[in-house]
Design a protein around this ligand. Structure first.
Ligand code: GTP
Ligand code: MG
Length: 215
């Protein structure tokens, strides 16, 4: 079932080159007014706390230390901005939604920020909505997808932690997730399956992002 997507070789190479450049941490934003000037394309990584957003950004960029990761849900608490000197792309690592080990008022504040950002940022070209490969989309993922559909913000679903499942179990989650995507107006039709630890799917995701910049 884990069918490979046939990307054109030149798009794959563009994706590789894009992430061969160093991306650097620019700033963390706790409110919309802190965001940088809208002078380039933005992509954001959203998902439940602990789904692997920061790990995936590191893996895409070929590093372990760009975005801070942790076993404890609620590690990322700000909109963390990463940019490259040479590429017109900004990457936004978002705090997670759902359960987090952090003070209640803090979680409430960042949850509000997430929703404001996802539906109100004009230069936000695509949201990568990360979904835990062990569970498939949960209610709060569906709520975010509803919001993105309603705001007509393009998004693409990425399954994470594929290394934690047996192939037959992963296949079931893939089928269920594809069924969810098929009904949604702003969802990209390709489902990306990743393991930040093993490197699965990173080339596909880099290629998708490179193609997005070309479009
Ligand atoms: P918050 O910032 O708290 O919302 O979490 P996050 O979504 O940024 O998750 P993070 O990248 O911090 O990863 C959470 C935990 O999942 C860490 O212990 C990671 O090592 C682990 N993890 C992330 N990606 C993978 C993966 O591909 N495979 C496995 N096995 N573990 C992963
Ligand atoms: Mg994080």
């Amino acid at each position: 079932m884990m069918t490979e997507i046939d990307y054109p070789p030149d798009a794959i190479e563009l994706g590789r080159l894009l992430f061969a450049r160093p991306f650097l941490f620019v700033k963390g934003c706790v409110k919309i007014a802190d965001l940088p000037e809208p002078d380039r394309v933005e992509i954001a990584f959203a998902g439940r706390s602990n789904v692997g957003k920061s790990s995936l950004i590191n893996a895409l960029c070929g590093t372990t230390s760009l975005a801070r990761t942790s076993n404890t849900p609620g590690r990322t608490q700000e909109l963390n901005i990463f940019e490259s000197q040479s590429e017109p792309l900004r990457i936004v690592d978002m705090p997670g939604y759902g359960f987090a080990k952090a003070p209640e008022d803090k979680v409430r504040a960042w949850t509000k920020l997430i929703h404001q950002y996802l539906t109100g940022r004009a230069i936000l070209r695509r949201v990568y909505v990360l979904v835990d490969g062990r569970h498939g989309p949960k209610d709060n993922d569906l709520t975010v997808m509803n919001e993105l559909d309603k705001a007509a913000v393009s998004y693409q679903i990425v399954l994470t932690k594929a290394d934690k499942l047996l192939p037959k179990d992963l296949d079931k989650i893939i089928a269920a997730t594809r069924a969810v995507i098929a009904k949604r107006t702003a969802a990209h039709p390709h489902l990306i399956i990743t393991s930040s630890h093993k490197g699965d799917g990173l080339s596909n995701l880099r290629t998708e992002i490179a193609m997005l910049l070309q479009s």
